[in-house]
Ligand binder design. Structure first.
Ligand code: ADP
Length: 351
Protein backbone atom coordinates (compact mmCIF):
# COMPACT_ATOMS: atom_id res chain seq x y z
CA UNK A 1 0.00 0.00 0.00
CA UNK A 2 2.94 2.27 0.70
CA UNK A 3 4.08 1.51 -2.83
CA UNK A 4 0.71 2.76 -4.05
CA UNK A 5 1.27 6.14 -2.44
CA UNK A 6 4.85 6.30 -3.65
CA UNK A 7 3.66 5.48 -7.14
CA UNK A 8 1.04 8.18 -6.93
CA UNK A 9 3.69 10.66 -5.88
CA UNK A 10 5.84 9.59 -8.82
CA UNK A 11 2.95 10.10 -11.23
CA UNK A 12 2.28 13.51 -9.81
CA UNK A 13 5.96 14.38 -10.02
CA UNK A 14 6.26 13.03 -13.53
CA UNK A 15 3.05 14.41 -14.97
CA UNK A 16 2.78 17.41 -12.65
CA UNK A 17 5.65 19.16 -14.42
CA UNK A 18 4.09 18.28 -17.77
CA UNK A 19 0.84 19.89 -16.69
CA UNK A 20 2.64 22.96 -15.39
CA UNK A 21 4.61 23.11 -18.58
CA UNK A 22 1.39 22.87 -20.59
CA UNK A 23 -0.06 25.76 -18.60
CA UNK A 24 2.98 28.02 -19.11
CA UNK A 25 3.49 27.00 -22.71
CA UNK A 26 0.64 29.12 -24.20
CA UNK A 27 2.08 32.25 -22.65
CA UNK A 28 5.61 31.48 -23.79
CA UNK A 29 4.45 30.52 -27.25
CA UNK A 30 2.20 33.55 -27.63
CA UNK A 31 5.00 35.76 -26.34
CA UNK A 32 7.66 34.29 -28.65
CA UNK A 33 5.27 34.10 -31.60
CA UNK A 34 4.10 37.63 -30.86
CA UNK A 35 7.65 39.00 -30.88
CA UNK A 36 8.40 37.21 -34.15
CA UNK A 37 5.13 38.39 -35.73
CA UNK A 38 5.64 42.00 -34.56
CA UNK A 39 9.09 41.90 -36.18
CA UNK A 40 7.58 40.45 -39.38
CA UNK A 41 4.75 43.02 -39.41
CA UNK A 42 7.28 45.83 -38.79
CA UNK A 43 9.44 44.55 -41.63
CA UNK A 44 6.36 44.41 -43.83
CA UNK A 45 6.63 40.63 -44.31
CA UNK A 46 3.16 40.15 -42.76
CA UNK A 47 -0.09 42.15 -42.63
CA UNK A 48 -1.62 42.98 -39.16
CA UNK A 49 -4.59 40.69 -40.06
CA UNK A 50 -2.18 37.77 -40.54
CA UNK A 51 -0.78 38.52 -37.09
CA UNK A 52 -4.19 37.95 -35.42
CA UNK A 53 -4.80 34.86 -37.54
CA UNK A 54 -1.53 33.22 -36.44
CA UNK A 55 -2.10 34.11 -32.79
CA UNK A 56 -5.51 32.34 -33.00
CA UNK A 57 -3.92 29.21 -34.43
CA UNK A 58 -1.27 29.22 -31.69
CA UNK A 59 -3.86 29.38 -28.95
CA UNK A 60 -5.94 26.52 -30.39
CA UNK A 61 -2.84 24.34 -30.78
CA UNK A 62 -1.58 25.02 -27.31
CA UNK A 63 -4.98 24.38 -25.71
CA UNK A 64 -5.19 21.04 -27.51
CA UNK A 65 -1.73 20.09 -26.25
CA UNK A 66 -2.76 21.06 -22.72
CA UNK A 67 -5.88 18.80 -22.87
CA UNK A 68 -3.86 15.96 -24.37
CA UNK A 69 -1.31 16.04 -21.58
CA UNK A 70 -4.00 16.16 -18.92
CA UNK A 71 -5.79 13.19 -20.48
CA UNK A 72 -2.52 11.30 -20.61
CA UNK A 73 -1.92 11.91 -16.91
CA UNK A 74 -5.47 10.70 -16.08
CA UNK A 75 -5.11 7.55 -18.19
CA UNK A 76 -1.77 6.80 -16.53
CA UNK A 77 -3.31 7.20 -13.08
CA UNK A 78 -6.17 4.82 -13.90
CA UNK A 79 -3.79 2.25 -15.32
CA UNK A 80 -1.70 2.53 -12.20
CA UNK A 81 -4.69 2.09 -9.87
CA UNK A 82 -5.81 -0.94 -11.87
CA UNK A 83 -2.34 -2.50 -11.77
CA UNK A 84 -2.17 -2.00 -8.02
CA UNK A 85 -5.51 -3.72 -7.51
CA UNK A 86 -4.40 -6.64 -9.70
CA UNK A 87 -1.19 -6.73 -7.72
CA UNK A 88 -3.18 -6.85 -4.48
CA UNK A 89 -5.25 -9.77 -5.76
CA UNK A 90 -2.19 -11.79 -6.59
CA UNK A 91 -0.11 -10.19 -3.89
CA UNK A 92 3.23 -11.81 -3.32
CA UNK A 93 3.12 -12.41 0.41
CA UNK A 94 4.59 -15.08 2.62
CA UNK A 95 2.92 -17.87 0.63
CA UNK A 96 3.41 -19.74 -2.64
CA UNK A 97 0.67 -19.39 -5.24
CA UNK A 98 0.84 -22.89 -6.69
CA UNK A 99 -2.90 -23.61 -6.71
CA UNK A 100 -4.47 -24.32 -10.08
CA UNK A 101 -8.12 -24.76 -9.13
CA UNK A 102 -10.49 -21.85 -9.56
CA UNK A 103 -12.72 -21.07 -6.63
CA UNK A 104 -16.24 -19.83 -7.31
CA UNK A 105 -18.97 -19.31 -4.76
CA UNK A 106 -17.51 -20.80 -1.57
CA UNK A 107 -20.10 -22.46 0.63
CA UNK A 108 -18.29 -24.06 3.57
CA UNK A 109 -15.04 -22.87 5.15
CA UNK A 110 -13.37 -25.20 7.60
CA UNK A 111 -10.44 -24.41 9.89
CA UNK A 112 -9.10 -27.78 10.95
CA UNK A 113 -6.78 -27.66 13.97
CA UNK A 114 -4.90 -24.60 12.67
CA UNK A 115 -1.67 -23.48 14.34
CA UNK A 116 0.07 -20.27 13.37
CA UNK A 117 2.74 -17.87 14.54
CA UNK A 118 3.89 -14.77 12.66
CA UNK A 119 7.33 -14.97 11.05
CA UNK A 120 10.20 -13.86 13.27
CA UNK A 121 8.10 -14.13 16.44
CA UNK A 122 8.21 -16.78 19.12
CA UNK A 123 4.55 -16.91 20.16
CA UNK A 124 1.81 -19.04 18.61
CA UNK A 125 -1.18 -16.84 17.79
CA UNK A 126 -3.49 -19.68 16.76
CA UNK A 127 -3.21 -22.88 18.78
CA UNK A 128 -5.29 -25.61 17.21
CA UNK A 129 -8.18 -23.45 16.05
CA UNK A 130 -11.09 -25.37 14.50
CA UNK A 131 -14.35 -23.93 13.20
CA UNK A 132 -16.90 -24.27 10.42
CA UNK A 133 -18.14 -21.09 8.71
CA UNK A 134 -21.06 -21.58 6.35
CA UNK A 135 -22.31 -19.37 3.53
CA UNK A 136 -25.95 -19.76 4.47
CA UNK A 137 -25.39 -18.87 8.11
CA UNK A 138 -24.34 -15.50 9.51
CA UNK A 139 -21.03 -15.92 11.29
CA UNK A 140 -19.36 -13.76 13.89
CA UNK A 141 -15.92 -14.03 15.43
CA UNK A 142 -15.49 -12.28 18.73
CA UNK A 143 -12.86 -12.10 21.42
CA UNK A 144 -10.58 -9.73 23.24
CA UNK A 145 -8.01 -7.59 21.43
CA UNK A 146 -5.09 -9.68 20.30
CA UNK A 147 -7.03 -12.95 20.52
CA UNK A 148 -6.28 -13.77 16.85
CA UNK A 149 -9.53 -12.77 15.09
CA UNK A 150 -7.94 -10.80 12.24
CA UNK A 151 -5.27 -13.46 11.88
CA UNK A 152 -8.02 -15.98 11.05
CA UNK A 153 -9.05 -13.80 8.10
CA UNK A 154 -5.45 -13.24 6.97
CA UNK A 155 -4.99 -17.00 6.83
CA UNK A 156 -8.27 -17.52 5.00
CA UNK A 157 -7.20 -15.00 2.33
CA UNK A 158 -3.73 -16.58 2.24
CA UNK A 159 -1.65 -13.65 3.35
CA UNK A 160 0.01 -16.39 5.44
CA UNK A 161 -0.25 -20.17 5.59
CA UNK A 162 -0.84 -22.19 8.77
CA UNK A 163 2.18 -23.84 10.39
CA UNK A 164 0.05 -26.89 11.19
CA UNK A 165 -3.49 -27.92 10.32
CA UNK A 166 -5.52 -27.07 7.24
CA UNK A 167 -8.03 -24.59 5.93
CA UNK A 168 -10.53 -26.16 3.56
CA UNK A 169 -13.14 -24.57 1.35
CA UNK A 170 -15.82 -26.91 0.13
CA UNK A 171 -13.65 -29.82 1.18
CA UNK A 172 -10.50 -28.72 -0.68
CA UNK A 173 -7.35 -27.29 0.91
CA UNK A 174 -7.27 -23.58 0.02
CA UNK A 175 -3.67 -24.00 -1.20
CA UNK A 176 -5.09 -25.86 -4.20
CA UNK A 177 -6.99 -22.76 -5.37
CA UNK A 178 -5.26 -19.90 -7.15
CA UNK A 179 -4.89 -16.95 -4.79
CA UNK A 180 -6.54 -14.59 -7.25
CA UNK A 181 -9.69 -16.69 -7.53
CA UNK A 182 -9.77 -17.24 -3.77
CA UNK A 183 -9.54 -13.54 -2.91
CA UNK A 184 -12.06 -12.56 -5.57
CA UNK A 185 -14.70 -14.57 -3.73
CA UNK A 186 -14.53 -12.37 -0.66
CA UNK A 187 -15.47 -8.72 -0.22
CA UNK A 188 -13.33 -7.60 2.69
CA UNK A 189 -13.33 -4.51 4.89
CA UNK A 190 -10.23 -4.75 7.06
CA UNK A 191 -9.87 -3.07 10.42
CA UNK A 192 -6.84 -1.08 9.27
CA UNK A 193 -8.62 0.14 6.16
CA UNK A 194 -6.51 1.98 3.63
CA UNK A 195 -7.93 5.13 2.15
CA UNK A 196 -5.80 6.43 -0.69
CA UNK A 197 -5.24 9.93 -1.96
CA UNK A 198 -7.14 9.27 -5.14
CA UNK A 199 -10.74 10.19 -5.94
CA UNK A 200 -13.63 9.02 -3.80
CA UNK A 201 -14.78 6.86 -6.71
CA UNK A 202 -11.39 5.16 -7.06
CA UNK A 203 -11.29 4.43 -3.36
CA UNK A 204 -14.58 2.58 -3.66
CA UNK A 205 -14.12 0.79 -6.98
CA UNK A 206 -10.82 -0.92 -6.12
CA UNK A 207 -12.83 -3.99 -5.17
CA UNK A 208 -14.54 -4.24 -8.57
CA UNK A 209 -12.60 -2.21 -11.10
CA UNK A 210 -14.65 -3.33 -14.11
CA UNK A 211 -17.64 -1.45 -12.65
CA UNK A 212 -15.72 1.76 -11.96
CA UNK A 213 -17.91 3.96 -14.15
CA UNK A 214 -21.18 2.69 -12.74
CA UNK A 215 -22.10 5.86 -10.83
CA UNK A 216 -25.33 4.42 -9.54
CA UNK A 217 -23.59 1.42 -8.04
CA UNK A 218 -20.85 3.56 -6.50
CA UNK A 219 -23.46 5.85 -4.93
CA UNK A 220 -25.56 2.92 -3.72
CA UNK A 221 -22.54 1.42 -1.97
CA UNK A 222 -21.70 4.75 -0.35
CA UNK A 223 -25.30 5.16 0.69
CA UNK A 224 -25.29 1.73 2.33
CA UNK A 225 -22.25 2.74 4.29
CA UNK A 226 -23.93 6.00 5.35
CA UNK A 227 -21.62 8.27 3.35
CA UNK A 228 -23.36 11.36 1.89
CA UNK A 229 -24.09 10.54 -1.75
CA UNK A 230 -24.51 14.15 -2.90
CA UNK A 231 -20.71 14.30 -2.90
CA UNK A 232 -18.49 14.69 -5.94
CA UNK A 233 -17.31 11.20 -6.83
CA UNK A 234 -14.29 12.38 -8.75
CA UNK A 235 -12.97 14.78 -6.15
CA UNK A 236 -9.76 13.64 -4.57
CA UNK A 237 -9.87 12.36 -1.03
CA UNK A 238 -7.42 13.77 1.50
CA UNK A 239 -5.21 16.79 1.19
CA UNK A 240 -1.87 15.04 0.76
CA UNK A 241 -1.69 15.55 -2.98
CA UNK A 242 -4.38 18.11 -3.66
CA UNK A 243 -5.27 21.36 -1.95
CA UNK A 244 -8.86 20.92 -3.06
CA UNK A 245 -9.00 17.34 -1.73
CA UNK A 246 -11.78 16.46 0.63
CA UNK A 247 -10.61 16.00 4.23
CA UNK A 248 -12.15 12.99 5.97
CA UNK A 249 -12.92 12.06 9.54
CA UNK A 250 -12.07 8.58 10.85
CA UNK A 251 -15.75 7.66 10.65
CA UNK A 252 -15.98 8.79 7.01
CA UNK A 253 -12.88 6.78 6.12
CA UNK A 254 -14.43 3.71 7.65
CA UNK A 255 -17.62 4.30 5.66
CA UNK A 256 -15.59 4.41 2.45
CA UNK A 257 -13.92 1.12 3.40
CA UNK A 258 -17.35 -0.41 3.97
CA UNK A 259 -18.63 0.99 0.66
CA UNK A 260 -15.63 -0.65 -1.04
CA UNK A 261 -16.56 -3.98 0.48
CA UNK A 262 -20.22 -3.61 -0.54
CA UNK A 263 -19.19 -2.53 -4.07
CA UNK A 264 -17.32 -5.78 -4.68
CA UNK A 265 -19.15 -8.43 -6.65
CA UNK A 266 -18.19 -11.08 -4.09
CA UNK A 267 -20.90 -13.18 -2.51
CA UNK A 268 -19.11 -13.60 0.79
CA UNK A 269 -18.48 -10.51 2.89
CA UNK A 270 -15.90 -10.22 5.62
CA UNK A 271 -16.13 -7.24 7.93
CA UNK A 272 -13.38 -6.71 10.44
CA UNK A 273 -14.60 -4.32 13.15
CA UNK A 274 -16.81 -2.49 10.65
CA UNK A 275 -18.11 0.06 13.10
CA UNK A 276 -15.12 0.76 15.36
CA UNK A 277 -14.69 4.33 14.09
CA UNK A 278 -18.43 5.15 13.94
CA UNK A 279 -20.54 6.89 16.55
CA UNK A 280 -23.42 4.97 18.11
CA UNK A 281 -26.02 6.51 15.77
CA UNK A 282 -24.07 5.73 12.58
CA UNK A 283 -23.29 2.26 13.89
CA UNK A 284 -26.94 1.50 14.51
CA UNK A 285 -28.00 2.83 11.09
CA UNK A 286 -25.30 0.79 9.38
CA UNK A 287 -26.10 -2.46 11.12
CA UNK A 288 -29.78 -2.12 10.20
CA UNK A 289 -28.98 -1.53 6.51
CA UNK A 290 -26.48 -4.35 6.51
CA UNK A 291 -28.96 -6.89 7.75
CA UNK A 292 -30.98 -6.24 4.64
CA UNK A 293 -27.90 -6.20 2.39
CA UNK A 294 -26.19 -9.36 3.54
CA UNK A 295 -29.29 -11.51 3.80
CA UNK A 296 -28.48 -13.16 0.45
CA UNK A 297 -24.72 -13.19 1.00
CA UNK A 298 -22.30 -15.10 3.16
CA UNK A 299 -21.03 -13.08 6.12
CA UNK A 300 -18.20 -13.23 8.60
CA UNK A 301 -18.19 -10.30 10.95
CA UNK A 302 -15.47 -9.62 13.46
CA UNK A 303 -16.47 -7.36 16.26
CA UNK A 304 -15.75 -6.66 19.85
CA UNK A 305 -19.14 -4.93 20.21
CA UNK A 306 -21.40 -7.81 21.03
CA UNK A 307 -24.66 -6.03 20.32
CA UNK A 308 -23.60 -6.03 16.62
CA UNK A 309 -23.41 -9.81 16.56
CA UNK A 310 -26.36 -10.66 18.77
CA UNK A 311 -28.53 -11.68 15.80
CA UNK A 312 -25.93 -13.92 14.14
CA UNK A 313 -26.50 -17.67 13.70
CA UNK A 314 -23.01 -18.69 14.75
CA UNK A 315 -20.85 -16.76 17.14
CA UNK A 316 -17.31 -18.05 17.71
CA UNK A 317 -15.62 -16.80 20.83
CA UNK A 318 -11.85 -16.89 20.31
CA UNK A 319 -9.53 -16.88 23.23
CA UNK A 320 -5.85 -17.76 23.42
CA UNK A 321 -5.78 -18.88 19.79
CA UNK A 322 -8.68 -21.37 20.01
CA UNK A 323 -12.45 -21.41 19.74
CA UNK A 324 -13.51 -21.29 23.35
CA UNK A 325 -17.29 -21.22 22.84
CA UNK A 326 -19.66 -21.34 19.89
CA UNK A 327 -23.39 -20.98 19.35
CA UNK A 328 -26.01 -18.30 18.88
CA UNK A 329 -26.58 -15.53 21.40
CA UNK A 330 -29.13 -17.44 23.50
CA UNK A 331 -27.05 -20.60 23.62
CA UNK A 332 -23.94 -18.68 24.61
CA UNK A 333 -25.77 -16.71 27.30
CA UNK A 334 -26.99 -19.99 28.78
CA UNK A 335 -23.41 -21.25 29.01
CA UNK A 336 -22.61 -18.48 31.48
CA UNK A 337 -19.04 -18.49 30.13
CA UNK A 338 -16.81 -15.92 28.41
CA UNK A 339 -19.51 -14.61 26.03
CA UNK A 340 -21.93 -14.11 28.91
CA UNK A 341 -19.25 -12.31 30.91
CA UNK A 342 -18.33 -9.99 28.02
CA UNK A 343 -21.95 -9.33 27.13
CA UNK A 344 -22.88 -8.37 30.68
CA UNK A 345 -19.79 -6.17 30.91
CA UNK A 346 -20.69 -4.32 27.72
CA UNK A 347 -24.36 -4.04 28.66
CA UNK A 348 -23.30 -2.25 31.82
CA UNK A 349 -20.86 -0.03 29.95
CA UNK A 350 -23.03 0.99 26.99
CA UNK A 351 -26.56 0.96 28.33
P1 ADP B 1 -7.37 -9.49 17.04
O1 ADP B 1 -7.88 -9.29 15.65
O2 ADP B 1 -8.09 -10.53 17.80
O3 ADP B 1 -7.31 -8.21 17.83
P2 ADP B 1 -4.88 -10.16 15.72
O4 ADP B 1 -5.25 -11.37 14.95
O5 ADP B 1 -4.78 -8.88 14.97
O6 ADP B 1 -5.86 -10.00 16.97
O7 ADP B 1 -3.48 -10.39 16.43
C1 ADP B 1 -3.22 -11.55 17.23
C2 ADP B 1 -1.80 -11.45 17.77
O8 ADP B 1 -0.88 -11.48 16.70
C3 ADP B 1 -1.53 -10.17 18.54
O9 ADP B 1 -0.72 -10.48 19.64
C4 ADP B 1 -0.77 -9.32 17.56
O10 ADP B 1 0.11 -8.45 18.22
C5 ADP B 1 -0.01 -10.34 16.74
N1 ADP B 1 0.22 -9.90 15.36
C6 ADP B 1 -0.69 -9.45 14.50
N2 ADP B 1 -0.14 -9.15 13.31
C7 ADP B 1 1.18 -9.43 13.44
C8 ADP B 1 2.30 -9.35 12.56
N3 ADP B 1 2.16 -8.93 11.29
N4 ADP B 1 3.51 -9.73 13.02
C9 ADP B 1 3.66 -10.16 14.29
N5 ADP B 1 2.65 -10.27 15.19
C10 ADP B 1 1.43 -9.91 14.76
Amino acid sequence: MISFLNGKKKIIRKYGWLESFAKVLPFLAVFAGGVKLVIDVTKGVLEPGDFLYFIGIYIVLINSLDSLLQELATVKQHMFAYDKYREFLGMETMVKDNGTRVLNDPKVIEFDNVWFRYPRTDKDVLKGLSCLLKYDEKNAIIGLNGAGKTTVIKLLLRFYDPDKGKILIDGTDIKEYSIESLRKCFGVAFQDFNIFSVSLRENVVFSNWEERNNDERVKRSLEYAGFPIDCELDREVGKEFSETGRGLSGGEEQKIAIARCVFSSANFLIMDEPTAALDAYAENALMQKFEEYYKDKGLIIISHRLRNVKGMDNIFVISDGRVLEKGNHDQLMELHGEYHRLFMLQAEKYE
